[in-house]
Design a protein around this ligand. Structure first.
Ligand code: NPG
Length: 372
C-alpha cells in the first residue's frame, strides 16, 4: 500500500439497529444501537468505517452524538486540509485533537478499507496474518435470574462457542459464575468482565473468583486505577485483563510494566484505530502477554474487520467476535458473520472483506450527510 494513494471521507451516516435481546452490563442496558458510519472514496472505490461509540457516554467518554460533532467540527476539516489522506497518516494528522479515539478510528477505518479495496488486498493479508479461522467467544449479559442466565449460556454452548464471557457486577458475580461453571463443566473456557464496577475494597472478594478456573477477570476496577489492578494481580490467581484502561500503545506498555495487566483486550475503536491496535498486538507479542480482540456490538462491518485483526498470531485467546445473529436480527452486510464449530472464517475479500447490503442499510439509516 503506498502512502500517497490516499482517499477522502465523502459521507457520514447514522443507522439504528434493534438488538435481538436486551444486553445488560454493569454500565447499563441496551435494547438497540445507534451507529455512526463513515464512507470513504479512493479512485471511485468505496470504503466503510464503523464508529463503536455507544448511544451514551457510559462505557467511555465517547458517544454517538459527540463523535458526529467532533468529526464534523474538528476531524474532517483537518483531514480535508491535507487533500487526500492515506490511512497510515490519519493518526498523525489528527494527533492535535485530544481523545476521541473512536471517532478517529472510524475515519481511519474507512480510508484503510478503500485503500485495500483499491489494491485488491484483504486486511488480514495486509497485516501478514496467516490464520484462516479464529475461535469465537460470546459475551453474555447480566440476566434477571440465574435460570435465565443458564438458559442463555446453554443456547450459546449448543451453538458451539469456544469461550463464554460473563458480565458481572457487585451482587452478580460468585453465584452466577459458580452456576455457569457447574453447567458447562471444567473444560469450556470461561472469563468474566466487570466494566469497572468494583473498587480496591473488593480485592478480597474478587480473589474468590479463583475457585472457578477462569481465563481472566476483565477490568474489575476503574480505568485510571493502575495501582489497584496491580494490587489485585499480585493477590489473585486469576489473570487480570485490562480493557477500558488501554487507550494507546503507551498505556498498554505501562500497565504491563507496572504489573497491572496480565492479559490485554485489544479494541481497535478504543485505541484510535486498527493500525494502533496492530502495534499493541506487536507489543503484547514482544512482552509475552496474551491478547484477544474485544467487541463493541459491531455490525458485520466491524465484525469482519475484527476477524481480520484477530487472525494475527499474537491473539492467543478467543475474542469477543461472535456471529452477527448473536446481536442482530438482520445485519447490514451481505452474508453475515457466522460461527461454525466454534470458529469464524477470516474474511479473504478485498479491504475488510464485507459487502454492505445497501437496501438494508438504507432501511435502517436515520440520517445521511454527503460531504462532497
Ligand atoms: O461481542 O460485540 C460483542 C460484545 C462484547 O461484551 C462485549 N462488549 O465491555 O467489552 C465490553 C462490551 C461492550 C459492548 C463495551 C458495547 C462497550 C460497548
Amino acid at each position: 500500500m503506498t502512502a500517497a494513494a490516499g482517499g477522502r471521507i465523502v459521507e457520514l451516516r447514522e443507522i439504528s439497529l434493534p438488538l435481538v435481546a436486551p444486553f445488560r452490563t454493569s454500565f447499563g442496558v441496551q435494547t438497540s444501537r445507534r451507529i455512526l458510519l463513515a464512507r470513504a472514496e479512493l479512485d471511485g472505490v468505496q470504503g466503510w468505517g464503523e464508529c463503536v461509540a455507544g448511544d451514551e457516554p457510559t462505557y467511555s467518554a465517547e458517544f454517538v452524538d459527540g463523535a458526529a460533532l467532533v468529526i464534523r467540527a474538528e476531524l474532517l476539516p483537518r483531514l480535508s486540509a491535507q487533500g487526500a489522506v492515506a490511512a497510515g497518516s490519519v493518526s498523525d494528522v489528527l494527533a492535535g485533537v485530544k481523545g476521541h479515539a473512536m471517532a478517529k478510528a472510524a475515519l481511519e477505518m474507512a480510508l484503510l478499507d478503500a485503500e485495500l479495496r483499491a489494491t485488491g488486498r484483504s486486511f488480514a493479508a495486509h497485516l501478514g496474518a496467516t490464520r484462516t479461522r479464529i475461535p469465537s467467544g460470546v459475551s453474555v449479559g447480566i440476566h434477571p435470574t440465574l435460570d435465565d442466565l443458564l438458559g442463555a449460556v446453554s443456547r450459546y454452548v449448543a451453538e458451539g462457542y469456544a469461550r463464554i464471557k460473563l458480565k458481572i457486577e457487585p451482587g452478580w458475580d460468585l453465584e452466577p459464575v459458580a452456576a455457569v461453571r457447574a453447567l458447562i463443566g471444567p473444560d469450556l473456557p470461561l472469563q468474566v468482565d466487570a466494566n469497572t464496577a468494583y473498587t480496591r475494597d473488593d480485592i478480597d472478594h474478587l480473589c474468590r473468583l479463583d475457585a472457578f478456573d477462569l481465563l481472566l477477570v476483565e477490568q474489575p476496577l476503574p480505568e485510571d486505577d493502575l495501582l489497584g489492578h496491580a494490587q489485585l494481580a499480585a493477590r489473585s490467581a486469576t489473570p487480570v485483563c485490562l480493557d477500558e484502561t488501554i487507550v494507546s500503545v503507551t498505556s498498554a506498555a505501562d500497565a504491563i510494566e507496572l504489573g497491572a495487566c496480565e492479559v490485554v483486550n485489544i479494541k481497535p475503536g478504543r485505541v484510535g484505530g486498527y493500525l494502533t491496535a496492530r502495534r499493541i498486538h506487536d507489543l503484547c507479542v514482544d512482552r509475552g502477554v496474551p491478547a484477544w480482540c474485544g467487541g463493541m456490538l459491531e455490525t458485520g462491518i466491524g465484525r469482519a474487520a475484527n476477524a481480520g485483526l484477530a487472525a494475527l498470531d499474537g491473539f492467543t485467546l478467543p475474542g469477543d467476535i461472535s456471529a452477527s445473529a448473536r446481536f442482530w436480527e438482520r445485519d447490514i452486510v451481505v452474508g453475515p458473520i457466522t460461527v461454525t464449530d466454534g470458529q469464524i472464517a477470516v474474511p479473504t475479500g478485498p479491504g475488510f472483506g464485507f459487502e454492505v447490503d445497501l437496501d438494508v442499510l438504507d432501511e435502517v439509516t436515520t440520517w445521511v450527510e454527503r460531504l462532497t
